[in-house]
Design a protein around this ligand. Structure first.
Ligand code: HEM
Length: 154
């Protein structure tokens, strides 16, 4: 399970970088009225695949990890009253699933029969909102009670 936590944590950085590049390139795409490039389509696809892989690993951790649902909660602990359980069982998965859905819809713009200008513009907004949701739902080290390391093992 340690390996999966580390993988999940590293995937966060890969996803953040890909998402950031996707946002910048989508912005320059619609501001510069560019034609949707094959490279950008690939970039959006890789961003989505990374998001879905993070989701998959997250689901395994949610069910079978140290705080996994299959382990149950310790005697006398209420999930919604305990900051750690509430975060890892409810807030984090819920917000991340919303963000991943936004990334999926953003990437889907590439396949729509709309102008390239609109593809870039819509994808930009979906990716930007997804990024903000992800940044809000990551257990950054400075977050009290639920905070984790910037990189695994540090
Ligand atoms: C964009 C998607 C996501 C990102 C960037 C992300 C990021 C993270 C990070 C940075 C940690 C801390 C890892 C560490 O301790 O070093 C974590 C933990 C965790 N995440 Fe996610 N996560 C995402 C999606 C999800 C989803 C969709 C789920 C569940 C369905 C999930 C479930 C969990 C669980 C259960 C833990 C605690 C693991 C443990 O300590 O056993 N994550 N996540």
């Amino acid at each position: 399970m340690n390996f999966l936590v580390a993988l999940h944590s590293w995937l966060r950085w890969i996803l953040l970088i890909l998402l950031l590049v996707s946002i910048v390139k989508s912005l320059s795409g619609f501001i510069g009225k560019k034609a949707l490039s094959a490279g950008d389509k690939k970039l959006w696809l890789f961003t989505m695949i990374t998001a879905h892989t993070t989701l998959l690993v997250g689901l395994i951790l949610l069910f079978f990890g140290t705080f996994g649902i299959t382990k149950g909660v310790p005697e006398g602990v209420s999930v919604m009253k305990n900051a750690t359980y509430r975060f890892y069982w409810v807030e984090h998965p819920l917000m991340m699933i919303i963000a991943i859905a936004l990334i999926t819809v953003g990437r889907g713009q590439a396949k729509k029969s709309i102008s390239d200008y609109n593809k870039y513009k819509k994808a930009f907004w979906f990716f930007l909102i997804a990024l903000l949701v992800i940044l809000a739902a990551i257990p950054w080290p400075f977050r009290t009670e639920i905070g984790r390391a910037f990189v695994p093992g540090m």
